[in-house]
Design a binder for this molecule. Structure first.
Ligand code: ATR
Length: 283
């Protein structure tokens, strides 16, 4: 564990969300900042929606250098920022904000975080066929990054067809002619399935049926708590390799760290902190 130094010059970063008490980011980011010699800490904040603007003004006053944004404020924060990245604009979602000379600038690192963790697991994204379960904020961010990373095709399975169509439109606007299909009745073959729904977080439901699971060579669930959802258990029973959402959580944080400090993040230390938090959370 990194020993935390606090003195008269300690700077700070933070995270806003509601609820926020469950977040693993304060422990992970504070350890990371201190381990690379940044005299800084990272703290949780839980504003009400009506307080978002005044929170940002307070952050200005107290000199906060940057912060993460989590549920339910990833979209609602945007009107209060002076600038946002191209990806954040396309997705209408921000999870990382940094103070620049022009004011607050928002980025989205969730999708890129998932894709970077996936590269460790399946090596190349280029030329591969992906099946995404879900069409909400997380699915959109992941879909966009998969396209940017050279995926061959995307299939979107979502309970609400209209939301899947919205995702399709975003991707087609970004990459005209990209091969994307929605809610097929029967599966094709997929190099990787990614569960981007919240199904499996609270109970043992599985967000798809066995024919789609069997059609996938690798299965990722972006849920990290529980560490093994019913979907991942089923995949293991069928002999399909899997990964949970710890990698996405880790690398979205790694990318945020780089945006704030312009330093290379201590990835292994951050991963250890995350796993330790998860273990404590269960105890
Ligand atoms: P996030 O930002 O985490 O992606 P979200 O935008 O609320 O959250 O998206 C949640 C996703 O989980 C959606 O795709 C949602 O499906 P709908 O578009 O049909 O709402 C999906 N989801 C949530 N609960 C579900 C359930 N019980 N069965 C199937 N899909 C579900």
């Amino acid at each position: 564990m990194t020993e935390i130094q606090i003195n008269g010059r300690t700077a700070f970063y933070g995270i806003i969300g509601n609820p926020i008490a469950h977040s693993f980011s304060p422990a992970m980011q504070t350890a990371a900042l201190q381990s690379v010699g940044e005299n800084a800490v990272y703290l949780p904040f839980q504003p009400e929606e009506s307080q978002l603007e005044s929170f940002l003004k307070s952050f200005d006053l107290i000199g906060l250098k940057g912060f993460n944004v989590t549920v339910p404020y990833k979209e609602k924060i945007i009107p209060f920022l002076q600038e946002i990245s191209e990806e954040a604009k396309l997705l209408g979602s921000v999870n990382t904000v940094v103070k620049t000379a022009n004011g607050w600038k928002g980025y989205t690192t969730d999708g890129a975080g998932l894709v970077q963790s996936l590269v460790e697991q399946i090596k190349d994204i280029k030329g591969k066929n992906f099946l995404l379960l879900g069409a909400g904020g997380a699915a959109k961010a992941i879909a966009l990054e998969l396209v940017k990373a050279g995926a061959e095709s995307l299939t979107i399975n979502n309970r609400t067809q209209e939301k899947a169509n919205e995702l399709k439109k975003i991707i087609e606007a970004y990459r005209p002619g990209f091969c994307i299909s929605i809610n097929p009745a029967t599966p094709e073959k997929y190099d990787c399935m990614i569960n981007c729904t919240s199904v499996g977080m609270k109970d043992d439901s599985i967000p798809t049926n066995e024919s789609f699971i069997s059609a996938s060579k690798f299965i990722v669930d972006i849920i990290y708590n529980p560490a093994e959802t019913a979907l991942l258990k089923k995949a293991k029973e069928l002999g399909i390799p899997t990964a949970n959402g710890i990698g996405m959580l880790l690398y979205q944080g790694v990318k945020a760290f780089k945006i704030w400090t312009d330093k290379k993040a201590p990835v292994q230390l951050m991963e250890r902190e995350l796993l330790a938090s998860l273990k404590k959370n269960k105890a």
